[in-house]
Ligand binder design. Structure first.
Ligand SMILES: [Ca+2]
Ligand SMILES: [Ca+2]
Ligand SMILES: [Ca+2]
Length: 367
């Protein structure tokens, strides 16, 4: 079972949804290269609580009978063993705490009871709700309580996660990312592709004015000036605007052949445009291709060619003014390739194709 994770700063947290006593939870954290979470500041405590609450989405976590029957998560705090001072599993300084309050004094109260806590309370847990349940006199959600080590609870593992800041050059490039890190990538100019190491549906994807954001199991990415993402299973181009080579290639392909582009051919022509070849050069390859000639005929007169463009690209008959306009353009010496490129980039065609590729489109990278 894979547990949900989230990143905050340079730390990754895993919400373990298995009912484990503290020792088993701590051993599992260590075996996975982390430790039960140590919360070192009010900010960290608040952010972790908020993230955990969001991940749980109202699902009930196990409760502790000796903790007022409220739900808790194990943290790495312990006051059992040498010295018996409160300490974190990873040895970091225990100089912040968020123990619960109460009328009889602060937690930790080392409550001892023959049934509920036979050897007292020596392990720290983060409360997911106020305790005692339905009363709240001893502590509130997001505060800590000391509990019996025998309680079987879910737990929070913390890992040290690097935060990489990657800056691209002015060229179109492929930027690889660390599958277990928080990466902030600025691709700079050029049609840049970021390589991630999970499948597309294992990420939550969002887009805002700053760029694209991916939240995955082990990696989080904030991407700006990045045009494409290569997931493990699929490559997606998000550069669909008028001047972007991805959108230009898709529209030109669709315009020339009046069909959905095949992923491999699309990737090839995107790479051609990325290398600096003009849209007209690519259009020239299309109008002289066997597929175009088979579909439309060879040696078309200007008017025949223009009527085909209206039919294949805009899916309508030419209006009189439009037909005369394009005949004038071709009479002035402009090529079929130039006319095809202009039709594919026309606002009318851009609006039409945006319905299909506005959220990005898949392609097969050419290399
Ligand atoms: Ca307690
Ligand atoms: Ca770049
Ligand atoms: Ca870029």
């Amino acid at each position: 079972m894979s547990n949900p994770t989230f990143n905050l700063g340079n730390h990754r947290y895993e919400l373990v949804q298995q009912d484990l006593n503290w020792a088993d939870a701590a051993a599992m954290a260590q075996a996975q290269g982390g430790h039960l979470a140590g919360l070192g500041s009010e900010e960290e405590n608040a952010a972790v609580f908020q993230a955990v609450t969001a991940l749980l989405k109202g699902r009930a976590a196990p409760t502790a009978a000796d903790g007022g029957a409220a739900a808790y998560l194990w943290l790495g705090g312990s006051d059992q063993g040498a010295g018996a001072e409160w300490h974190w599993q990873d040895g970091s300084a225990f100089d912040y705490n968020n123990w619960g309050y109460g009328p009889w004094g602060q937690e930790p109260d080392n409550f001892t009871d023959p049934t509920l806590a036979p050897d007292g309370q020596h392990r720290a847990a983060l409360a997911l709700e106020a305790w005692p349940k339905g009363d709240g006199a001893l502590g509130s959600a997001a505060q800590w309580n000391d509990l019996s080590q025998h309680d079987k609870l879910w737990s929070l593992i913390e890992y040290d996660t690097p935060h990489h800041v990657l800056k691209g050059t002015a060229a179109a490039e492929l930027i690889d990312t660390d599958p277990r890190a928080h990466s902030t990538v600025d691709g700079g100019a050029g049609a840049d592709t970021v390589r991630v190491h999970f499948t597309q549906d294992s990420y939550l994807f969002s887009q805002d004015a700053k760029g694209m954001h991916l939240v995955g199991n082990d990696a989080d990415l904030d991407l700006s000036n990045v045009e494409r993402i290569r997931f493990d299973d699929v490559a997606v181009a998000y550069d669909v605007g008028g001047d972007a080579t991805g959108g230009q290639a898709y529209r030109l392909y669709q315009a020339a052949f009046d069909r959905e582009p095949d992923a491999g051919g699309l990737g090839f022509w995107m790479a051609t445009l990325d290398k600096g070849h003009s849209l007209t050069e690519v259009a020239q390859s299309f109008v002289t291709s066997p597929e175009f000639i088979n579909a439309n005929g060879a040696d078309l007169a200007p008017e025949e060619f223009i009527v085909k463009m209206y039919a294949n690209v805009l899916h309508r008959a030419p209006d009189g003014g439009g037909l005369d306009f394009w005949k004038g353009i071709m009479a002035a010496g402009h090529s079929q390739a130039e006319v095809l490129a202009a039709f594919s980039q026309s606002p009318e065609n851009q609006a039409q194709v945006a319905a299909v590729i506005g959220q990005g489109f898949t392609y097969t990278p050419y290399e």
